[in-house]
Design a protein around this ligand. Structure first.
Ligand code: A3P
Ligand code: MG
Ligand code: MG
Length: 368
């Protein structure tokens, strides 16, 4: 049986304008970490603390010794589901939400009205009243291969180097403990530290967009002060970002477009602050700027840029669309082709849940 493809126009006549659909403030329900060798830990051991880096630092330094996470393997939703099992074991019952996914998927969906170049592909399945959405790993790998063939001009930093700058900035800006519990030697030695992007702290939050309830998991770079013991309504999480220090109106426009991703990524998990490390064209750290996540849409809109309400309204719309479409078991594909004006959704496997749901999760839910 062929399921017809359902489509959602990204630019309908109303263009998703008007007041923002209701957003529930994200609440952290659990966290997990990855060790430097990327092993799962059901705790906050990967959490790190922000302490300002030295200006003038060279972000290229140590590129040859970068311990880069191997992304060739498809991890599906495994760590997120493992963490949800932990929460349910503790509560003695199911966590009931409409959608479970990674923060990265939500960022891609909400950015649609303002992102006309990039496409995406995701897989989804319906199980016990919830839609589970993962990235389509095959599509991601192919896209990355296409991008790495797209070489930069001779004499310019490579894509790999530019990606390293982001991780180097994190290493320069983070401490394993609060600053008063960290030695001066450690703080001063950060510039010689080996950069490793396999270690992470991930927050799992419960939230709502429009009338859809969600559990979202995603990496949080750091904390501002120290983490209050649970239950807590707010944690001073920080997102770290690097960007070219704008020196022309065109650079500034590029930066404002990037701010959409910075904002979405942070507000979806309830991260209140973003630290931007502005760098020169060849990777020298020049200055820092602290941005309050909640103020970003207002600033950008005043200057005639993107509209945060439109992103949230589209998010509410695409989630309702998925809830009307993904209504039975099997594997569904969610796709936006590059430069396309629609999000499409259709069934690619009739039965089961593909590899979206781990055996551990299904076995747990069967018993529950
Ligand atoms: P910048 O965002 O400062 O460039 P995150 O900011 O999400 O914590 O990610 C940390 C860094 O990972 C990024 O820092 C960037 O260097 C790298 N990175 C993230 N997503 C990437 C992608 N799609 N392609 C290349 N590098 C990426
Ligand atoms: Mg990060
Ligand atoms: Mg970051």
């Amino acid at each position: 049986m062929d399921t017809p493809t359902a489509t959602l126009p990204i630019h309908p006549p109303h263009n998703w304008s008007g007041p923002s659909a209701p957003m529930k403030r994200p609440k952290e329900i659990a966290c997990f970490s990855y060790t430097p060798s990327h092993e799962y830990r059901p705790d906050a051991s990967g959490l790190r603390y922000y302490y300002p880096p030295r200006l003038g630092a060279d972000l290229c330094k140590g590129f040859e010794t970068f311990e880069k996470l191997d992304e060739s393997q498809d991890d599906h939703l495994d760590s997120l589901l493992k963490t949800i099992v932990g929460v349910e074991r503790e509560r003695g019952g199911k966590v009931e939400v409409d959608v479970v996914t990674w923060r990265g998927m939500m960022t891609k969906l909400l950015a649609c009205p303002f992102e006309d170049r990039d496409g995406f592909e995701m897989n989804a399945t319906f199980y016990q009243g919830t839609i589970f959405i993962e990235e389509n790993h095959e599509y991601k790998v192919q896209r990355q291969a296409r991008q790495s063939r797209f070489q930069t001009a001779p004499g310019r930093p490579s894509q790999d180097m530019m990606s390293y700058w982001g991780y180097k900035f994190e290493t320069l800006s983070l401490l394993p403990d609060t600053w008063d519990a960290t030695s001066r030697e450690y703080i001063e030695g950060r510039e010689d530290q080996i950069v490793n992007n396999a270690a992470q702290y991930c927050s799992v939050v419960q939230t709502g967009i429009g009338d859809t309830s969600l559990i979202i998991g995603g990496e949080v770079d750091a904390i501002w002060d120290s983490k209050p013991p649970p239950p807590t309504s707010s944690t001073n999480f920080v997102e770290l970002k690097t960007s070219l220090d704008p020196s022309s109106p065109r650079d500034l426009q590029t930066f404002e477009r990037k701010l959409l991703k910075f904002w979405l990524q942070s507000f979806l998990l309830g991260v209140p602050k973003i630290i931007v490390g502005f760098r020169s064209a060849n990777g020298i750290l020049r200055r820092l700027e602290e941005l309050e996540t909640a103020k970003i849409p207002g600033i950008v809109k005043k200057r005639g840029g993107w509209d945060g309400n439109v992103a949230v309204n589209f998010g509410a719309g695409v989630l309702s669309f998925l809830r009307e479409t993904v209504v039975s078991e099997g594997v569904w594909r969610i796709r936006r082709k590059e430069k396309s004006g629609v999000v499409e959704c259709w069934k690619v496997e009739e039965v089961g849940h593909g590899e979206i749901l781990s055996e551990e999760f299904i076995n747990w839910r069967i018993k529950l």
